[in-house]
Design a binder for this molecule. Sequence first.
Ligand SMILES: [Ca+2]
Ligand SMILES: [Ca+2]
Ligand SMILES: [Ca+2]
Ligand SMILES: [Ca+2]
Length: 431
Amino acid sequence: MNPKGFWSAGAGVFLRPRAVPAVRASRRSRLLSAVICAVLPLSVFITASPAQAKKKKEPVPVTGYQIPFECNQSWTGSTRSSHSPSAQSVDFNAPGDLGKPVVAAAPGRVVTANNSSNKGYGRYVVLDHGNGESSVYAHLKKVTVTVGTWLDQGALLGTLGTTGNSSGPHLHFEQKVGKKVVPAWFGGAKYRYGTARSANCVDVPIAGNLLAGPEAEVAVFRRVSGPSFHVLSAADGTTRTMRVGRAFDEPVVGDWDGDGLSEVGAYAASGRIFTLAGEANFVKIKFGARGDRPVAGDWDGDGASEVGIYRPSKGIFRLRSSTGAKSTIRMGRTGGVPVTGDWDGDGLTDVGLYDPSTATFLLRTRSAAPVVTSVKYGFVGDLPTVGDWDGDGVTDLGTWTPGTATFNQRVAAAPNAATQPRSIRFGTPRR
Ligand SMILES: [Ca+2]
Ligand SMILES: [Ca+2]
Ligand SMILES: [Ca+2]
Ligand SMILES: [Ca+2]
């Protein structure tokens, strides 16, 4: 999409009213994108005259950003007229900031992950949020992601440092439209610099057989200090809360003890450590490399879950057995959010990927002759959440729509059977 045409056509359309309920923001953004794409060809005919162009309002991002630090932390942002590459950049500081976690301001795909430079930006990360929008995180001490990683909002991407052309520890942050740095927006409001508290406290959808009976329940991992999983029983509304991990970790769900009920866990990307919550204790397993995304499943069919990783840079899954032995599955395609489930109901957990930019699952069985299936489901920007919604032993597909906090569930007993869509609202809508 041509950024110039994008904005010349969109300038009027983009000035979304700030007073409308936050719940609708994401859906509206999506609608706007659709509308803008539809009217794009018209931009050729409605190019503003020079006089009109001067009056053109500055762009408002479609992406719903939050401050790129842990929920509730206070950070002070500053800039200066000589700030390179743009005075619209933000330098963030906080007391004792060196080494503090830096998290994704919005969901996106990692397009740059430089973990070695000591010039300019130093070690830095760029996230592509779609719609021509991106964000930059520079002078990092350590980068914990790799190119191709699909990163959720609030997830760790590195730690604050002073690498490259930097006079002291700080995070250099930019929001961009095309190649242009634009004024930063957080939580649906234009950033005024100064000290502000991070509202990067989003819910991450999960699912598993967390309560009782054969059907899977839905839940969320809430990225707050002292994070917790809030579990909802779809059957009777019973909720249960479990705590594990830190706000910027990646949640995992599995039946670690093989008793038929799922437990939760968290993956710390910095040390590549799984923390699995048991009845009485936590089990820690170190597994993976920089940029890996955590997964879990019953790889050997004995009823208990093991851990694994998806490596975006190579497009492979690495499965770890309970004895520590490793096996590799090649997906033949890189990128996307990894998902696991028993797609064919043979008792062995299979693997897959979900591409939020196209709302498409790619599912691969682990049978002797693997079957790869592509299924369109959900809306662009959704997060995948799969589970055995009807308890028949076959994992069903599902997604969670961030703007409305809605779980969309697809129940199909056989690949060609009629599907029975179901939706459950749970969690806090993102804005
Ligand atoms: Ca269990
Ligand atoms: Ca097992
Ligand atoms: Ca299977
Ligand atoms: Ca099922």
